[in-house]
Design a protein around this ligand. Structure first.
Ligand code: A3P
Ligand code: MG
Length: 453
């Protein structure tokens, strides 16, 4: 950990793009990047030796919905209520009518709009500058799916994950990195895989209704069908929590609520499908999978997970409700066991190391300007690539100009951040020279507490 910090701070500084720098890692991810030594994962087979890292109960900040046209609105139009699915529900139903959202880069933009809204409300209720002070106290802004991947990385055996990160003000912004090739791959699933993916969404339709406790009855459809699947539509929650000493703002989709939504997370329900368990091998695989169910739900404060067990051809055989907080105890001592403390402790170490690595290389104090940050007269946004390599650890490297351009993908961005967010929300601090080394004086406010919406 110290190694990573020390070597990173030795890396070349300044406003010029880091061309032809010597890679410090023996296996550079690509040429001409400044690469830090790998931060190794903890051993998942031994108990954590350090003190448990506390994870604060998440509090809801606000909710928003994506409409069928994929327009973000600050309403609960996409909120759904939990209902029991009909016995033997057919997960293939409606497959041909599935409106599948086009695969695109999963940007932070929607979440940043929510952050900006929280800040404006703070300014309005607590006085100008309160929002900026609030954001300054936040270590990380990211989607729940990304935080899940980071925290469960020590247990991941198969999937490599690439992220892009920026450190602006005192906050880390982290998005998933999807290359054009990977995007294409995601949008072009093999028919069997596409069908299996649909099962999960179809289960959501069978388990949800527009009214609490009353299964949907739509003309021309079986009773209980919640409506044809449109994956553009999502109900999202933005929460605030704290992992160790890092305050996090996390956004994520919530499948449905039980009975009512009162602004808190305690009625949230996560829906999952899984193959029916036939033998000990299946059971162990299910236990392993439960780590992701657990983390995904825990991070947003979702207290209940309803699992629909299905046949290979997509018929629900049984459903079972799990209390999120009880999952760790359920798997303890079993073949597929995992320990969330290993994940939290790793997460704390990872975030703290990342912050010190990224802040050790201060950005030029001038903010990028003009139509696009890629013009040669502008300083280059400092974007870091994080690779979570299964069985190894996290590799962090600073992107060169080509890498930053690939991330910006011709859009009006400063690295991963949309320009409007950079200019209106965080850029002010940058211009004051506060990127990494000299934090700006926080505005005086009446209270340090953030109002909860
Ligand atoms: P299951 O999780 O029941 O398989 P989520 O549960 O995260 O809300 O996601 C709903 C469904 O989206 C999943 O249902 C699955 O069908 C699909 N899905 C989510 N993440 C996926 C991924 N990384 N790859 C393929 N399908 C995914
Ligand atoms: Mg789900």
């Amino acid at each position: 950990m110290n190694n990573l910090k020390r070597k990173a701070s030795r890396s070349p500084q300044g406003s010029k793009p880091p061309k032809q720098r010597q890679a410090l890692d023996p296996e550079p991810i690509s040429p001409s990047r400044t690469t830090c030594p790998t931060l190794s994962y903890p051993n998942t087979r031994s108990s954590p030796t350090s003190q448990p890292v506390p994870f604060q109960q998440p509090t809801g900040l606000l909710t928003f919905s994506y409409t069928p046209q994929r327009v973000l609105e600050f309403t609960d139009s996409a909120l759904r209520y939990y209902v029991d699915p009909p016995p033997g529900a057919d997960l293939r139903y409606g497959y041909d009518r599935w409106i599948k959202r086009t695969e695109e880069r999963t940007r932070l933009d929607g979440l940043l709009r929510a952050v900006e809204r929280v800040m404006s409300k703070a300014d309005a209720s607590l006085g100008p500058g309160s929002g900026g002070k609030w954001l300054k106290d936040i270590s990380v802004v990211t989607w729940r799916g990304i935080m899940t991947k980071i925290l469960t990385a020590p247990y991941e055996e198969r999937d490599r994950c690439e992220l892009n990160a920026m450190y602006v003000g005192d906050t880390l912004y982290i998005e998933e990195h999807l290359s054009d090739a990977r995007l294409h791959e995601k949008g072009d699933l093999a028919p069997k895989q596409r069908q299996m993916t649909y099962y999960g969404y179809s289960f959501e339709s069978w388990c949800t209704s527009s009214k609490p406790g009353v299964p949907e009855r739509a003309d021309g459809h079986p009773i209980g069908w919640g409506g044809d699947v449109d994956t553009n539509v999502q109900w999202c929650n933005v929460i605030k929590t704290k992992l160790g000493d890092n305050r996090l703002i996390i956004g994520g989709e919530v499948d449905c609520v039980r009975d009512k939504f009162n602004g808190r997370t305690d009625t949230f329900v996560e829906l999952k499908t899984s193959m029916s368990i036939r033998n000990a091998g299946d059971e162990a695989r299910f236990e392993t999978k439960m780590l992701k169910f657990y983390m995904q739900s825990f991070l947003l404060g979702v207290p209940e997970i309803v699992v629909g067990f299905r046949t290979p051809t997509g018929r629900i055989t049984t459903t079972q409700s799990f209390k999120t907080v009880q999952l760790p105890r359920l798997v303890r001592g079993k073949p597929g066991a995992w320990d969330p403390q290993i994940c939290f402790s790793w997460g704390q170490q990872f975030l703290t190391t990342l912050k010190s690595t990224l802040s050790a290389s201060p950005e030029p104090t001038e903010a990028p300007r003009g139509e696009s940050s890629s013009s040669s007269s502008e300083p280059l946004a400092r974007v870091w690539r994080i690779v979570l390599a299964p069985g190894e650890g996290a590799k962090v490297s600073l992107l060169d100009e080509t890498g930053v351009k690939e991330v910006e993908a011709g859009e009006d961005r400063v690295g991963i951040l949309p320009r409007w967010f950079y200019d209106q929300v965080v850029g002010k601090n940058v211009e004051a020279g506060a990127v990494a080394s000299a934090p700006s004086e926080p505005p005086v406010v009446h209270s340090g507490a953030m109002t909860n919406e």
